[in-house]
Design a protein around this ligand. Structure first.
Ligand code: NAD
Ligand code: IPM
Ligand code: MN
Length: 375
């Protein structure tokens, strides 16, 4: 028995419900295998924020730093202005723990695939998770917006950046801006990870998604670095513009394997990808720091429209738990969760989003029962 210390952050809305189901499944795994789990629940999310004003505290960070992995539900609350919880908790976690890879598999879980052609696919999106338009490098200028200058400060594990902007618009208007930044160091480690990932999977090529025909500097540099890395690893490199990629994912998903995508486009394409595999309730993800603490979560949010009613599909959270197990050195146990998900889909033991009539906890229990049956 190897005991893993897991921080569990259910968060808000359906995060609480799907993590409860996912934990029942992980506990079942620990009963029948050498995976031992020491779980500590951490109260981070909108309730605490509304009570105390705290988002992610230094104490939270030092507690989480001592763990082997983090199992995260979702954050988001209609009572809090957009961006506060998202930037203050989730994006801050990804940045503080330097989880620079966001792995988001898109797998053809038949019969959930809503496409006309029944071709199997298994796309592994590797989303860069620390830079691009997600850095909070923003500001305003103009007569009613701070005058003729703006100071931008961003802080990352790799660097601190200060940008001073002197700006004056000819028409005296007010402006807001959000800068997308890429550093050579971060793109290089991302490209290196993607290439090694493709080789490990047996993919002969990496597809790089961008918009280098419009955002020429950032994605031009990214193309150059990926070109060097792909050559170094002897891989083919395919470039796809993000608009064409959105279309190709519908028309020919089976032609993609390892797909590297910058942060913002990766967010969008993986919700599309989730829908290709049955909906947001089917998308698991791992925020990975290969040398540090990684965090596993469903890709969906807190879903206030269905929260508290047992309607949330817990499979995305279970697939995130699968990735946690694989990351922690338990590939056979991870595989078991994949098989368990296949089993509940085949048996029609699903929530309403997949056409079933079970509740979140009933699906969780069905998956856990399958696992216990593997003893
Ligand atoms: P959402 O992912 O919460 O929900 C989008 C739609 O999908 C909703 O109709 C919801 O009911 C449905 N859905 C999502 N997950 C489901 C599941 N497991 N089973 C069944 N149906 C499911 O996105 P949103 O509504 O745009 O955002 C709600 C809040 O969540 C916002 O505050 C947003 O910022 C936040 N958010 C957080 C995360 C995260 O924590 N990782 C991710 C996305 C959005
Ligand atoms: C996701 C979410 C987050 C993102 C938000 C909530 C910050 O949409 O995990 O996909 O954009 O990465
Ligand atoms: Mn998203």
């Amino acid at each position: 028995m190897t005991t893993k210390h897991i921080a569990v952050v259910p968060g808000d809305g359906i995060g609480k419900e799907v993590i409860a189901a996912g934990m029942e499944v992980l506990e079942a795994v620990s009963e029948i295998s050498s995976f031992g789990m020491d779980a500590e629940y951490v109260d981070i999310g909108s309730e605490r924020y509304l009570r105390t004003g705290e988002l992610l505290t230094d104490d939270d960070i030092s507690l989480l730093k001592g763990k082997d992995a983090i199992y995260f539900g979702a954050i988001g609350d209609p009572r809090v202005s957009p961006g506060i919880l998202e930037q203050g908790i989730l994006l801050r976690m990804r940045a503080v723990f330097d989880q620079y890879i966001n792995l988001r598999p898109v797998t053809s879980w038949f019969p959930l695939v809503p496409l006309k052609r029944e071709v199997p696919f298994d796309i592994h999106f590797l989303r860069e998770n620390t830079e691009d338009f997600y850095m909070g490098a923003n500001g305003t200028f103009g007569p009613n917006s701070g005058g003729d200058s703006a100071h931008v400060h961003v802080s990352r594990e790799l660097y601190d950046i200060d940008i001073d902007l002197v700006a004056k618009a000819s028409n005296g208007d007010d402006f807001a801006f959000e800068i997308g930044l890429l550093s050579r160091t971060a793109v290089t480690r991302f490209a290196d990870y993607c290439c090694r990932y493709a080789l490990d999977r047996g993919d002969g090529k990496v597809t790089l998604v961008d918009k280098a025909n419009v955002i020429t500097r950032n994605y031009g540099m990214q193309r150059e670095i990926f070109g060097e890395k792909a050559a170094e690893y002897g891989l083919d490199l395919e470039f796809m513009f993000v608009d064409a990629m959105a279309m190709a994912m519908i028309v020919r998903p089976e032609t993609f394997g390892t797909v590297a995508v910058p942060n913002l486009f990766g967010d969008i394409l993986t919700d599309l990808g989730a829908q290709l595999q049955g909906g947001l309730g089917m998308g698991g993800s791992g925020n990975i720091n290969p040398e540090g603490v990684s965090m596993f979560e469903p890709i969906h949010g807190s879903a206030p429209d269905i929260a508290g009613r047992g309607l949330a599909n817990p499979i995305a959270a279970v697939l995130a738990a699968q990735m946690l197990l694989e990351n922690q050195g338990f590939p056979d146990e991870g595989r078991m969760l994949h098989d368990a998900v296949r089993h509940v889909l085949d048996a029609g033991m699903t929530t309403p989003d997949l056409g079933g009539s079970l509740t979140t906890s009933q699906v969780g229990k069905a998956i856990a029962d399958f696992v216990l049956g593997q003893k």
